[in-house]
Write a protein that binds this ligand. Structure first.
Ligand code: PEP
Ligand code: CO
Length: 449
């Protein structure tokens, strides 16, 4: 078969929002060199795995599975350590075990991990003490440090994104296949969480119930392979198009293009223009795709996106990740869900209760209230219950460490506490404890849905 020119798949001349000002421009030597290196590197994921995920999303869209997606707002190269990766996986596995038990549904576990290195920004520049420099756009583009050298976009970083993603994915696969993810072990961790009376007491009974179910199975001699390993998928925002295109390959089984930088990629609220380059890119690859929908999204937008991204109504292809804010979800979500449902389109509805609830604390830190996060999820469940549709999953910015970035929760983190351990490179994340609290709260909602 003649080699296919991947670039010819994409419509030329479209506007790509939120791209860095690369030195030499997008066609200059530095970017071209990085792209040509990336093009020679092996895929990070196998297209067949993307198809497996698509089939599982189709199950979730039909109400037969639940989607749990979590990880950093922005991964960084320095934080791609064994401890940090392990703690994030552990947190997601702990959340999944609780959600699965109380929903009686399989939980699809997806990391904002192994590729989430690029960020859209509301301003191109940042000014501090009279000095203006390019904004930090994620480790894929520049460095957080506030110096001209660090903030100047450097295309060599795209190759480092690939290498760091490969190393992360390797450890993720080892952890999830090598015994670390054993359900009984995960339950032991959850027992540790509920033994802390500050927040755990409320969930102790739920944890005990899971424990008894596990003991019952052990006593009956049941020891299935499914207890020992889990499927774990990678995802990130497809933002830097040169990177995503360089990792788009023709699948040898189907002769179709897949973005093999992750199993699932999404297009953010700021780059989902119907006639823009990101939507064109998403329409050409065969991965399962997510689209973020904020409170300004219209019914026409949603239907046009469906027509563009999933004209054949392929089950599992399209996920709408709504991020309305706790105060708006009950008003903004119902018309969208109703219209999409009436159209007959097959989509998975996922709630991102993070991005509509960000504000600046008096101290200047960007934060979110745990209670707003849970309130948006509650609204999401209520809307779907009323409409008879399936609340298909949640999308959370979290870390496995004891950071202080979001306020509230059982630990009662206050605005003054934020300075103690505020480590995120971008948006504030739920810490380990807050993530588990959220899982138990959502489990109650799932049980009562
Ligand atoms: C994000 O998920 O980090 C993000 C930037 O979200 P949104 O596109 O919804 O603002
Ligand atoms: Co974010």
């Amino acid at each position: 078969m003649p080699a296919i020119d991947i670039n010819a798949l994409f419509t030329p001349g479209l506007i790509a929002a939120q791209q860095p000002q690369w030195p030499g421009g997008v066609d200059g030597e530095p970017v071209t060199k990085a792209v040509s290196t990336l093009k020679k590197l092996p895929p990070l994921v196998f297209a067949g795995e993307c198809d497996n995920l698509k089939a599982r999303i189709a199950e979730a869209a039909a109400g037969r599975a639940f989607w749990l997606q979590g990880g950093d707002c922005a991964e960084t190269f320095v934080a791609a350590t064994a401890d940090s990766i392990r703690n994030r996986i552990k947190t997601i596995l702990q959340m999944a075990a609780v959600l699965q038990y109380f929903s009686s549904l399989p939980v699809i576990k997806v990391g904002r991990m192994a590729g989430q290195f690029a960020k859209p920004r509301s301003n191109d520049n940042e000014t501090r003490d009279g000095v203006t420099l390019p904004a930090y756009r994620g480790d894929a583009v520049n460095d957080l440090e506030f110096t001209l050298e660090s903030r100047t976009p450097n295309p060599e970083r795209l190759v480092q994104v690939y290498n760091t993603s490969a190393a992360t994915l390797n450890l993720v696969r080892a952890f999830t296949q090598g015994g670390f993810a054993d359900l009984r072990q995960v339950h032991e961790w959850n027992k540790g969480f509920v033994s802390d009376s500050r927040f755990g007491a409320r969930y102790e009974q739920m944890a005990n119930e899971i424990g008894r179910a596990l003991e019952f199975m052990v006593s009956a001699g049941v020891d299935p392979e499914e207890f020992k390993t889990v499927d774990f998928y990678s995802s990130h925002e497809a933002l830097i198009l040169e990177y995503e295109k360089a990792l788009t390959r023709i699948d040898s089984r189907t002769d179709l293009p897949y973005d093999v930088s992750a199993h699932f990629v999404w297009i953010g609220e700021r780059t989902r223009q119907l006639d823009g380059a990101h939507m064109d890119f998403a329409s050409k690859i065969h991965n399962p795709i997510g689209i973020k929908l904020g409170p300004k999204s219209t019914i026409e937008d949603a239907l046009a996106m469906i027509a563009k991204l999933n004209p054949n109504n392929e089950p599992g292809r399209l996920t709408f990740i709504t991020r309305m804010g706790a105060g708006l979800i009950r008003e903004k979500l119902p018309p969208l869900v109703q219209a999409v449902t009436d159209s007959g389109a097959n989509v998975l509805w996922v709630c991102d209760p993070m991005h509509g609830n960000t504000y600046e604390a008096p101290s200047g830190y960007k934060t979110r209230r745990f209670e707003d996060v849970t309130e948006e999820v509650r609204g999401f469940f209520e809307v779907h219950k009323k409409l008879g549709t399936h609340p298909g999953g949640i999308h959370i910015e979290l870390t496995g460490d004891d950071v202080t970035e979001c306020v509230g929760g059982g630990e009662q983190i206050s605005h003054e506490d934020l300075a103690m351990r505020y480590e995120t490179a971008c948006d504030p994340r739920l810490n380990h404890t807050q993530s588990l609290e959220l899982a138990f709260l959502v489990a109650e909602m799932l049980r009562d849905r």
